[in-house]
Design a protein around this ligand. Structure first.
Ligand SMILES: Nc1nc2c(ncn2[C@@H]2O[C@H](COP(=O)(O)OP(=O)(O)OP(=O)(O)O)[C@@H](O)[C@H]2O)c(=O)[nH]1
Ligand SMILES: [Mg+2]
Length: 438
């Protein structure tokens, strides 16, 4: 259902590519596609708008406008911006300070607080060698205490409950005292949820905070939460002061918008993703992977980066200028081969090539590429500039010099003619376009 952003931008920009240069209004059409893609990924509308503004500011720059692959350049800018927004200097929960360290979990009903409490305990025990205790401070439902108790038993964590109490802050304080006495070094406090953010809930959380001074107050947010993620995160942050967030249920088909929205509006780090119902189903948050998920483009991003690295901009511009004059030599073909080689495997490359650089049927498997390069290197400078002068005896000499059959030299010359034809058309169409535009 979701088209990849790269494909969509590609089709917008493909239509324009024949014109040679991309204008500011073309960029704004591309920006509409980006905003649409972000909204489909459940990114909050305000966050999406701000993101697009920042991307647009960068995309109207020279680099994109002059690029042979404006679609990929813009996708790269969007990607970088997403990663930047979701990245934070802090990537792990705070385990330092006086023991026992306290982490308080907050969130709406069913968000995954209780499950996440157990997951965090498992993480801290496994990764930090800590001895965690879980405190049952959701007193709204007796079943909530049972649920946490069961999880504590199953994972071998300490557990504190007080079924006689109605006061969550009191229970939290007692739990902390007991954790201290029994030498636990981490107390994870589970709290109750509500269907909506309400005063009653916030008052309860504030009183727990006051009682146990948590080092982390983490919002547990259902990763499937759509547009509303922003309001939930903002409200919790405003009322009780969050230090970070954990997004649960990311094993579902969430597109990741909640992660971006939360990070963007609170400026707090998303620390973990919940990826299943089990206590081990917790992953460190990875902004780069999440950006890929939001853009719906997986591995394509790696390729975009490779394309940007490998495409030598100066060369490309020089080539474009000469193309406009109808020039294309064997040296240019050699340079194109070099660019292909830098980018890696053929399958990766084909999708990224600027339209028209590679005519159909031109082989670029790496060994074949090497052979073709060797053939060109066996030509004299004059032959490279004017390949039409390469007659039968020259072909034989070149074949001998590069250790191939004459047949291979012929094939390379065919390739060259095909590419040159292609280039001529490309050059003409952009010249025509610039004439039309005045
Ligand atoms: N698939 C999946 N399910 C999850 C994840 N986290 C929690 N759940 C499930 O979501 C449901 C609610 O999780 P809880 O941990 O009970 O949520 P809560 O926030 O404590 O809920 P309340 O205490 O009622 O406010 C349970 O069925 C969990 O098994 C997750 O990362 N992936
Ligand atoms: Mg719960």
């Amino acid at each position: 259902m979701f088209e990849r952003l790269s494909e969509r931008l590609g089709s917008v920009l493909d239509r324009l590519r024949g014109r040679g240069v991309v204008s500011a209004s073309d960029v704004s059409e591309a920006m509409r596609e980006i905003r649409r893609a972000l909204l489909e990924a459940d990114v909050n509308i305000r966050v999406a708008r701000e993101m697009v503004d920042r991307v647009a500011a960068e995309a109207v720059g020279e680099r994109v406008l002059k690029s042979l692959t404006p679609g990929q350049q813009i996708v790269k800018i969007v990607y970088d911006e997403l990663v930047r927004t979701m990245s934070h200097e802090r990537t792990e929960p705070d385990t330092g300070g006086r023991r026992p360290v306290v982490w308080l979990l907050a969130g709406l009903q069913g968000a995954g607080k209780t499950t996440t409490a157990a997951k965090l305990a498992v993480w801290a025990a496994g990764k930090r060698g800590m001895r965690p205790m879980l405190a049952a401070c959701d007193l709204k439902r007796p079943a909530a205490v049972d649920q946490l108790g069961m999880l504590a038993g199953k994972t071998g964590m300490g557990f504190y409950e007080d079924r006689t109490s109605q006061d969550p802050a009191r229970v939290a304080a007692d739990a902390l005292a007991m954790a201290d006495r029994e030498m636990y070094d981490l107390l994870i406090v589970d709290s109750s949820g509500r269907l909506h953010v309400d005063d009653d809930l916030m008052a309860e959380l504030e009183s727990i905070r006051a009682a146990v001074s948590p080092r982390e107050t983490l919002l547990v947010l259902d990763g499937m939460t759509g547009q509303d993620a922003v309001n939930v995160a903002l409200e919790f942050d405003r009322r009780i002061g969050l230090t970070g967030a954990v997004l649960s249920k990311m094993d579902g088909d969430s597109r990741g918008g909640a992660a971006l929205s939360t990070a963007a509006v609170t400026g707090r780090p998303v620390l973990f993703l919940g990826t299943g119902e089990g206590p081990g189903d917790l992953e460190a948050f990875d902004p780069a992977r999440m950006a890929g998920r939001i853009l719906g483009m997986g591995d394509v991003l790696g390729l975009v980066e490779k394309a940007v690295e490998a495409s030598d901009r100066v060369d490309a511009e020089k080539l474009e200028r000469r193309l406009r004059k109808g020039e294309f030599t064997m040296d240019d073909l050699l340079a194109e081969f070099g660019r292909l080689r830098k980018m890696g495997s053929l399958a990766d490359i084909l999708a990224m090539l600027p339209a028209g650089i590679l005519p159909k049927g031109l082989e670029v498997d790496p060994r074949e590429l090497g052979r073709k390069e060797a053939i060109i290197r066996s030509m004299t400078p004059d032959e490279r500039r004017r390949p039409e002068r390469i007659d039968g005896s020259r072909r034989k000499r070149i074949a001998r010099g590069s250790g191939v059959a004459v047949r291979d030299v012929n094939r390379l010359l065919d390739d060259y003619r095909a590419v040159k034809e292609m280039m001529k058309r490309l050059g003409k169409s952009s010249r025509l376009a610039s004439l039309l535009r005045g």
